[in-house]
Design a protein around this ligand. Structure first.
Ligand SMILES: *Cc1c(COP(=O)(O)O)cnc(C)c1O
Length: 402
């Protein structure tokens, strides 16, 4: 497709010296600002993936850049052996914004999920009184919670598991969106139910209305912790701070990551009550980089941008507009359009990859998920005129490939 020699040589280096655990589109990005990214030849594209929602605030946001550079010149890493002057401010910001008593900082999303699993198990033994080594955590079919060996132990995607056993025991799978299946699988040894309020990787799957609310009630009745993974759905993506707010529930634990680092730095956290996070005592759990001052300063700035620029409300209104535009497209290959806020799955009756390639040629970057779904999740700073332009490109591509 007319790749330049610069593009070709960089791709060749990557293919030769890097492990092939991804299948990226062949665009080599050199620079980015807001919703726009630029390849090594200066061609510009509108980023409709936003690094899987890790850049909700837009690429290289000036306020986050400022906080990042300022902190990078002062102190970046102390380890938790000592205290630093930024982490308390992140704790306070998270508390003020979410109302949860406490948080525990990590780096990647998977580490925060692991932290929640450990907290739930320990809570199960020390507080609920589950017999030693009997605790169970219920997870959903088609979940995505990350890639560690324990997390893939409760994945239902064969590729995520193939060749990686033996797996960690103590997890039970129920059908996503099926409240009766959850009810049937709760036992006296159930410590927690871990769920995505909307399943992102599985194709922006929105569960039936009331599912989370009923799940929350079931958990409460049975003294089971409700843990929601808001790593991708949280921090404004669905038009609310957290996707669980659409159902007015109050989970016991919330896992966040991705956009918490504003696209600059891996920052994740588990939010919960004092009773739950109180199960951790010094030495029980930790991370060298977790809660470092650079991460804390970046996260505080990233949260501030979400609020100051009213990005959450923007996600709601522009998401509605985006979805209306897609729904108005009449095309035999479109099965359905689903999502919430600026988090939209365009479900096709055919492979989505060629559509993503064609969109890339027209200057729109997006990625297929699960073969036949195109996910649209641009940075929340996108303008209405830009949404309109993207929709125009989508309409043209739909026509071209039909
Ligand atoms: C991305 C993601 C994770 C894993 O986060 P990493 O930072 O890639 O480890 C976990 N859960 C959900 C819902 C995610 O989207």
């Amino acid at each position: 497709m007319g790749k330049t020699s610069k593009t070709r040589s960089l791709i060749a280096l990557e293919e030769k010296f890097g492990a092939h655990n991804y299948h990226p589109l062949d665009v080599v990005i050199q620079k980015a600002r807001g919703v726009w990214v630029y390849d090594v030849d200066g061609k510009k594209y509108l980023d409709c993936l936003a690094a899987y929602s890790a850049v909700n605030q837009g690429h290289c946001h000036p306020k986050i850049t400022e906080a990042f550079v300022k902190q990078a010149k002062r102190v970046t890493l102390t380890s938790r052996a000592f205290r630093n002057d930024q982490l308390p401010l992140l704790y306070k910001a998270l508390h003020d914004m979410t109302g949860y008593d406490m948080s525990l900082p990590m780096n990647s999303g998977a580490e925060a999920v692991e932290t929640a699993v450990k907290a739930a198990r320990k809570w199960g033994y020390k507080v609920k009184g589950i017999p030693e080594n009997q605790a169970e955590i219920i997870c959903c079919s088609d979940n995505f919670h990350g890639r560690t060996t324990t997390i893939v132990s409760f994945s239902t995607d064969t590729q995520y598991r193939d060749g990686f056993g033996p797996f960690t025991p103590g997890f039970r799978i129920v059908k996503y969106g099926d409240i009766e299946d959850l009810r049937r699988n709760i036992t006296p040894n159930t410590a927690a139910f871990l769920v995505e309020p909307i399943q992102g990787e599985s194709g922006i799957v929105v569960p039936p209305e009331g599912y989370l609310r009923e799940a929350a009630a079931l958990c409460k009745e049975n003294n089971v912790l409700l843990i929601v993974d808001e790593i991708q759905s949280g921090l404004g993506r669905t038009g609310k701070l957290f996707a669980f707010e659409h159902e007015n529930v109050r989970p016991d634990m919330v896992i966040i990551g991705k956009a918490l680092g504003g696209g600059f730095y891996p920052v994740s956290a588990v939010l919960a009550s004092k009773e739950i996070l109180g199960v951790f005592h010094p030495g029980d759990h930790g991370s060298t980089f977790g809660g470092n001052p650079l991460a804390a300063a970046v996260a505080v700035a990233a949260l501030r941008v979400l609020v100051k620029e009213k990005l959450i409300a923007r996600s709601k209104t522009l998401g509605q507009y985006f979805m209306e535009q897609l729904r108005a497209m009449k095309n035999p290959h479109i099965v359905t359009v689903r999502g919430r806020g600026l988090w939209i799955g365009l479900v096709l009756d055919t492979k989505a990859r060629p559509y993503c390639e064609a969109l890339m040629k027209r200057g729109v970057l997006c990625k297929e998920t699960h073969e036949n779904v195109i996910r649209f999740a641009p940075p929340l700073v996108i303008k209405k005129s830009e949404v309109k332009w993207v929709c125009k490109q989508i309409a043209s591509v739909m026509k071209e490939l039909s």
